[in-house]
Design a protein around this ligand. Structure first.
Ligand SMILES: C[S@@+](CC[C@H](N)C(=O)[O-])C[C@H]1O[C@@H](n2cnc3c(N)ncnc32)[C@H](O)[C@@H]1O
Length: 271
């Protein structure tokens, strides 16, 4: 259906009338009425999306990705599923943990997680960490994670402003993990966080960040960050990109970093 709508300019008006009569004959009026509604709505929604996208760029407005909105949404979220609602399958989650998290987060590290949410990755990170700190813009995530994982020695959670790491000492972090968080953060706040990474990373520390790549053009409530701008702002601060990928293959299965062409970037601060 989507193909038909997108390709409609390639069919002449006379042929469209002929096709319409054939469609009515084969499917009946009710089906055709539904089709007409779908056809009109899809055009209107595409125009509305393009206009929103242009307005956001021209006027520098935050769209759905301001700090205030992120905080409000995630404080209102029902965390009873623990964030598993975003894992497409158990196999995918295992692959992320084995091929990405375990590969890059060193055993015995001082680990910082930004945006732990309901703790989807937190247990695995704590299992590898000597010390662990989770910083989230949402107080309710801090509460949920403190209940789930608090009380363990060396494990702490705190609420943050959404663009800084106040309270995290200079040169104290060996490894940073953040998944499904930077996809929602606009470029100025990502840049502010990157300044903070520079401050809190120990020399040789590693960061693993899942983020958007097309500036929100595919929807999915993605922020205005692009793949190029993310890599550029990390490199500008002296980080070295270890790898940056949209998918990976393991045991013959290819896994996507996420929906909407999301990317996982792994970077280090040179020792
Ligand atoms: C989609 S949830 C992902 C949670 C978890 N990382 C996961 O993968 O299941 C987004 C999380 O990012 C947090 N968040 C959003 N914007 C943030 C910001 N600017 N700084 C820190 N955390 C933020 C939200 O509060 C929420 O916990």
């Amino acid at each position: 259906m989507k193909d038909l709508v997108e390709n409609r300019r390639h069919i002449t008006l006379t042929d469209k009338v002929r096709l319409a009569l054939l469609i009515v004959k084969e499917n009946g009026l009710l089906w055709c009425l539904c089709f007409a509604v779908y056809y009109v709505c899809s055009s209107v929604s595409k125009r509305a999306f393009d206009r929103m996208d242009r307005l956001r760029r021209e006027k520098g407005i935050p769209g759905m990705n301001s700090r205030a909105l992120n905080k409000a949404i995630w404080e209102a979220w029902d965390w009873s599923a623990g964030g598993e609602e975003w894992s497409p399958s158990e196999e995918w989650k295992q692959a992320v943990m084995t091929d990405v998290l375990d590969k890059h987060i060193p055993q015995g590290a001082s680990v910082l997680e930004i945006g732990p949410g309901g703790g989807r990755w937190t247990g695995r990170l704590i299992g590898r960490a000597a010390t662990f700190l989770g910083v989230d813009i949402s107080e309710s995530c801090v509460e949920v994670c403190s209940k789930k994982f608090g009380g363990k020695p060396g494990v702490a959670f705190m609420a943050g402003s959404g663009c800084d790491l106040k309270g995290v000492p200079d040169a104290s972090v060996d490894a940073l993990w953040s998944f499904d968080v930077f996809v929602h953060i606009n470029e100025p706040e990502v840049a502010a966080y990157a300044d903070e990474f520079k401050r809190v990373f120990k020399p040789g520390a590693v960061g693993v960040i899942h983020h958007g790549s097309v500036g929100g053009k595919l929807g999915g409530w993605r922020s205005n960050i692009t793949h190029e701008s993310m890599l550029e702002l990390l490199k500008k601060r002296g980080f070295v990109i270890r790898e940056s990928f949209k998918e990976w293959t393991t045991g013959g299965t290819t896994h996507q970093a996420g929906l909407y062409e999301d990317v996982i970037t792994v970077f280090t601060l040179p020792a």
